[in-house]
Write a protein that binds this ligand. Structure first.
Ligand code: FAD
Ligand code: NAI
Length: 475
């Protein structure tokens, strides 16, 4: 017999589990289906983000940064260490424990909010506005009916043709998060977010890391000045970043991988490495959903086609997160999940894509919100720019981390903040102030007039706001 729900969510990542919680909060009888399992065969709620994305990568970034600090910077503080070593197995076990805390946390949240969880794969049987039917294939087969279905099936890594992931030598994000011992040499294809974060982890632990990037520019989506500063810092740390390359062949055996490529000058090169991370973007995941059979429309790139409210081609079927167009970010997925649940309740859920922040958790961290200088120039928008270097910030000096700057762009006429770009310490936390300011459509002067604690890194944001009007106080 089928079980009837108001809302069934397929996928328990940040898009899906948050949509389910919000729908339940709004009074709907809600179920969430997720098929992920941990290494013990138990449910692993939280999707890519929790299992093989945001959370484990940040755990390893923290461990490896601690190692880097202990090895290279503690001495500046008068702290001496001998026989510094890294126990990779312990580091990975800690990461897995952090992941499990998050998996269990979501199960707890489901109980608290009375979301019914089904462990298994969800697939459409029938899509009918009067009541959709979803089959769950797990330990047993169940059939659910739902007035509304929210698809949040996420994304999977894009493979390089001719270089299938084996997760032993050719690694996706999954394998990159569980390399059992520090490789002597590590190749990374793609200098995007995963390439830089995972490349940084293993470089800090001692690997010789070479990054091969197809585009001739570094971090093309980032404000040029910020990207340049980051490139300088990463190169100084020892990341070898080769831009404008064309990969011709990847061959591997038990001893490692050979990558044949043409460099930016058109010269044939070979990179031999013990392990290779391929991080060239991700593709939407609609595997096994039975989308075709029920007429759920995909776009030409395989994303579920949705309108601005995340409505699909089928009535009362919605889709959120990585499986629909837009930045592949956990917080974007979450915002869409909340907005859809609120739409179902007849409310006016909305995601403001102009204020979705981006963060790259390298050291220095890179964070931005809104438009960059290249975009404003291309749009012909008149703007004023102000920046403030961490070199002139007291807290950054005390921390011993003065790399980078905060840069603010504001409309030339109205002074409304159009974008904030940060490279430097704790950029991931600092960007929140800019997001709040832009969400309230603040001007640079508004921010400049707000009292900021001293000494704090956030004073650099205030000073960047002052710099828009060419009146910094400390630089
Ligand atoms: P997902 O998290 O992919 O979840 C989809 C879930 O649906 C999965 O559990 C999957 O098993 C399940 N599923 C799929 N099909 C079915 C089915 N038919 N039936 C049942 N279950 C199904 N973003 C950030 O914002 N910050 C970061 O720091 C960050 N770091 C990242 C690091 C890495 C290495 C990677 C790979 C990604 C990172 N991301 C980060 C991106 C982030 O993980 C994704 O944007 C986010 O997870 C998308 O959420 P989602 O709910 O759309 O999908
Ligand atoms: P990405 O889109 O960030 O970067 C991919 C890079 O690979 C690009 O620079 C691209 O030019 C390059 N590339 C593509 N094809 C290539 C080829 N054949 N040869 C060489 N280079 C090639 O994708 P990535 O790093 O795989 O991450 C996927 C997504 O996951 C990100 O876009 C982001 O949305 C999300 N993510 C977010 C994080 C965060 O918020 N901190 C962390 C990690 C991932």
């Amino acid at each position: 017999m089928s079980k009837a729900f108001d809302v069934v969510v397929i996928g328990g990542g940040p898009g899906g589990y948050i949509a389910a919680i919000r729908a339940a909060q709004l009074g709907f009888n809600t179920a969430c289906i997720d098929e992920a399992v941990n290494d013990k065969g138990a449910p692993a709620l939280g999707g890519t983000c929790t299992n093989v994305g945001c959370i484990p990568s940040k755990a390893l970034l923290q461990s490896s940064e601690n190692f880097e600090q202990a090895g290279h910077h503690f001495a500046d503080h008068g702290i001496g260490l001998t026989n510094l070593s890294i126990d990779v197995a312990k580091m990975l076990a800690r990461k897995s424990a952090v992941v499990k805390q998050n998996n269990d946390g979501i199960l707890y949240l489901f109980k608290k909010n009375k979301v019914t969880f089904f462990h298994g794969r969800g697939a459409f049987v029938k899509a009918d506005a009067a009541g959709h039917e979803i089959a769950v294939t797990g330990a047993k087969l169940e059939t659910l009916t739902a007035k509304h279905v929210i698809v949040a099936t996420g994304s999977i890594p894009r493979a390089l043709p001719g270089a299938d992931f084996d997760e032993a030598t050719i690694l996706s994000n999954d394998g990159a998060l569980r390399i059992p011992a520090v490789p002597k040499t590590l190749g990374v294809i793609g200098s995007g977010v995963i390439g830089l974060e995972m490349g940084s982890v293993w470089r800090r632990l001692g690997a010789d890391v070479t990054v091969l990037e197809a585009l001739p520019v570094f971090l093309g989506a980032v404000d040029e000045q910020i990207a340049k500063e980051a490139h300088k810092a990463f190169t100084k740390q020892g990341l070898k970043i080769n831009l404008g390359v064309k990969i011709s062949a990847v061959t591997s055996d038990k001893s490692g991988v050979n990558v044949a490529y043409t460099d930016a000058a058109g010269k044939a090169q070979t990179l031999a490495c013990e392990k290779l991370i391929v991080s060239i973007g991700r593709v939407p995941n609609t595997n096994g959903l039975n989308a075709d059979a029920v007429g759920l429309k995909l776009d030409e790139r395989g994303f579920i086609a949705v309108d601005a409210d995340c409505k699909t081609s089928l009535q009362n079927v919605w889709a959120v997160g990585d499986v629909v167009l837009g930045p592949m970010l956990a917080h974007k997925a979450e915002e869409e999940g909340v907005a859809v649940a609120e739409h179902i309740a007849g409310q006016h859920g909305h995601v403001d894509f102009n204020t979705v922040p981006w963060v790259i958790y390298t050291a220095p961290e890179i964070a931005w919100v809104g438009q960059n200088e290249q975009q404003l120039k291309a749009a012909g928008r008149a703007y004023n720019a102000g920046s403030f270097p961490f070199m002139a910030n007291g807290r950054a000096r005390a921390l011993g981390d003065t790399t980078g700057m905060v840069k603010m762009l504001a409309d030339a006429k109205t002074d409304e903040i159009l974008g904030v770009h940060i490279v430097g310490p704790m950029a991931s936390e600092l960007i929140a102030e800019a997001v709040v300011a832009m969400s309230f459509r603040a001007s640079a002067e508004d921010l400049a007039r707000i009292c900021h604690a001293h000494p704090s890194l956030s004073e650099a944001t205030k000073e960047a706001a002052l710099a828009v009007d060419k009146r910094t106080l400390n630089f």
